[in-house]
Write a protein that binds this ligand. Structure first.
Ligand code: BGC
Length: 418
């Protein structure tokens, strides 16, 4: 089914490829999509670009969340040899643009009406001083709890809607010999879990105050202390081998029923589908406890670096244009687990989790509960994000750590990283 759709999409692009071949260029594309579902999705983009007659040089840097990829990107940029396109997100796009590295995409954007086909919350992230310098690929929802229904049935547990129910379900799973929460002990995964917990305790307004506006009083306030205390409780629900585990291996534990739940963005759905399972049926998707109706968004995007060679520049513009075609949006997002970024996308082929995600994205946008994920770089710069990662990971791994002192440390770390 998917292959057919992809072939159709590719066939529709062949027309463009004949004209483009005369000026064939190549783009080197840096990304961190290396898990099963992610790699399948990246291949869709590579194939569609090749169908337009251009070359794709894959520059994949393993490491979920992209920390390693960003380190490699900085080295290449400093050496004067950045790739043509790189997966860069959120406020970091502005930082790279400010440093003069990025090229403008305004003509493709105008030709294809990005201003009207894309939501404002997305376009504002892609622009620097009013000019497009990046193109959005998708919208991921981060505050998802994935549930293995068979494991829950075996344990006699109920799908949790709030923290108290989460603890009750986790204890039942544990009593049945099932790991309650599949987790990989890496800073960004710790942060993904904490972000979800903090959203329930703080609520949308204080989440914004703390993680978007960096208000010190909220960062070190009583609610943050409570969020940290809950986070500390999670330690007893993960297995002893979680340290350093990649997120997709944790998802594997969930799929096999070794674990009952995972808190992870919907890229986890890419793994569920790649394993031949149906999201929403074989593995359930619900909002993380206490966050129903809120949507922590994470937008993947590619920023485009200044190039010298004209053929490569043409390839770069072709890549930008491919990304926002309805064909690419459909096939890519079906594989990736995200939802299309175009408002006019046809959702009929998507699973129930994606349909729920799209509906919540739109309703949250109207209600004011659409909030940027700081753990995935949409709320703040990578410096602030990194500072928070450090404090939270240290806290999570140290059973003696004190929540009050840690909240204070969070406020200070954020302040000095700004
Ligand atoms: C990215 C996703 C990716 C995930 C795991 C997130 O930050 O936005 O595209 O699948 O990290 O690598």
């Amino acid at each position: 089914m998917r292959k057919t759709r992809l072939s159709l999409a590719l066939a529709s692009l062949i027309g463009c490829s004949v004209a483009a071949q005369a000026h064939a260029g190549e783009v080197e594309v840096l990304h961190w999509w290396t898990s099963g579902g992610e790699a399948k999705s990246a291949a869709v983009l590579a194939d569609m670009l090749k169908a337009r007659g251009h070359g794709w040089k894959d520059f994949a840097v393993a490491g979920g969340g992209g920390e390693s990829a960003m380190t490699v990107l900085k080295t290449r940029a400093v050496a004067g040899t950045p790739p043509a396109a790189a997966q860069i997100k959120g406020l970091d796009i502005q930082e790279w643009a400010k440093l003069g590295f990025l090229t403008e995409l305004d003509s493709v954007a105008a030709e294809e009406n990005w201003d009207t086909t894309l939501p404002g919350v997305v376009t504002q992230v892609m622009k620097y001083n009013g000019h497009y310098v990046a193109v959005p690929v998708n919208v991921h929802r981060v505050n998802w709890l994935w549930v293995n229904p068979k494991a829950f049935e075996k344990a006699g547990a109920q799908v949790p809607k709030n923290w108290t129910e989460f603890v009750a379900a986790a204890e039942k799973l544990q009593a049945a010999g099932i790991v309650p929460l599949a987790h990989g002990g890496q800073p960004w995964q710790d942060a993904t879990v904490f972000e979800a917990i903090a959203l329930e305790v703080l609520g949308v307004d204080d989440y914004r105050k703390a993680f978007v506006q960096h208000d010190a009083a909220t960062l070190k306030g009583a609610k943050m202390v409570e969020a940290l205390e809950r986070f500390a409780e999670v330690r007893r629900f993960i297995d002893k081998d979680s340290a350093g585990r990649d997120w997709n291996l944790a998802t594997g534990m969930l799929l096999r029923g070794e674990a009952g739940m995972q808190i992870m963005g919907d890229w986890a759905k890419g793994e569920i589908s790649a394993a031949g399972l149906t999201p929403g049926k074989d593995i359930l998707c619900v909002a993380t406890p206490g966050t129903e109706g809120s949507f922590t968004f994470n937008i993947d995007s590619f920023a485009f670096f200044k190039l010298k060679n004209d053929a490569d520049k043409a390839a770069q513009q072709a890549l930008a244009s491919t990304i926002l075609t309805p064909e690419f949006q459909q096939v890519f997002n079906l594989n990736k687990g995200s939802i299309p970024v175009r408002l006019d996308s046809d959702m009929s082929q998507f699973d129930s989790c994606a349909q729920d995600s799209m509906a919540t994205f739109k309703s949250a946008n109207e209600k004011g509960t659409l909030i940027p994920s700081w753990s995935h770089g949409l709320a703040t710069t990578s410096q602030v994000q990194g500072a928070l990662y450090d404090v939270l990971t240290k806290f999570f791994n140290d059973k003696q750590a004190d929540a009050v002192a840690t909240a204070d440390l969070m406020a200070r770390a954020v302040q000095s990283a700004q």
